[in-house]
Design a protein around this ligand. Sequence first.
Ligand code: TRP
Length: 342
Amino acid sequence: MTTSPARRAISLTGIKPTGVPHLGNYVGAIRPAIALAADYDAYYFIADYHALIGVRDPRLMDEYTRSVAATWIACGLDPERTVFYRQSDVPETFELQWVFSCLTAKGMMIRAHAYKAAVDRNRAAGESDLDAGIDMGLYNYPVLMAADIVVMEADVVPVGRDQIQHVEYARDIVERFNQAFGAGHTLTVPRHVIDEAADANTMPGLDGRKMSKSYGNTIPLFASTGELKKLLKKLKTDSTPLEAPKDPDGSSLYAIYRQFASADQAADLRARMLAGGLGWGHIKDELHALLDDHLREPRERYAELIADRAGLDAILRAGAERARERARQVVGNVRRAVGIDA
Ligand code: TRP
């Protein structure tokens, strides 16, 4: 008799291609997820069909998908070790989404944060139809996300706080499946993981608010060295004069600096800010040098990946093959459990 070896736990996350990645994406999501991949069988994918709820320009869909894929690889994701693929290349996901729809309480969906926020906006705008402008993509979003997670039977899902509810929904849906069909197959119940360091240190943007595409205050991760310089010039500082001591904890410049610096470098800048005599312009130059140092190589790698369309396609296709191998097994088990293909 053979015993199957215990499988390594699977970590899975999706990245919605809705823009060109910025420093906040790197520190908040990319860097922690790549670090986590070392301890798991990692499945990371570009959630292009999720992005379709907002991206309605085919050229932008293509551009953002490639930009996000190239960014993760340039930042150190190893596509040999991590299964890296496009959501749309795994059609089993969409089959599982239907099965899950049949098990999902509609009442739960009307409590989903994104849907509720859209309804609240309509109410605030005095709309008589509270569902005005809301499509089924937004409404079903959490069910598709549950399918993404479970089609690989992931154990852990690294996400930001805004996505916790979605992972909870996936758990709920899996539990309903297991209750109904567990005699045939028991699906793995996933759980979210939050990177504590990334969660505790949000990256400020050019205007001091959290760096976010929706605020238009981002610094693109792979801005050229010249663009980076120009953007940092725009970064908001207070009017403390050059000679005066500066409060590192109230400074966006320092907040960005410490995300990239070693502990010693950060302590050193901190001491010099507190001592006075260091102007904002100097600090910006130091931040520029530090960022440029960190990003020079990945920036070059990124440019190569973007220039080689066929090469990037081949990487994603190879990832999709591996992803589908697993997805076919899981969906095969689901089909048999519900009595289709019994
Ligand atoms: N909803 C996630 C976001 O907006 C992206 C996503 C899609 C995802 N499918 C997923 C994340 C599955 C984790 C697991 O960031």
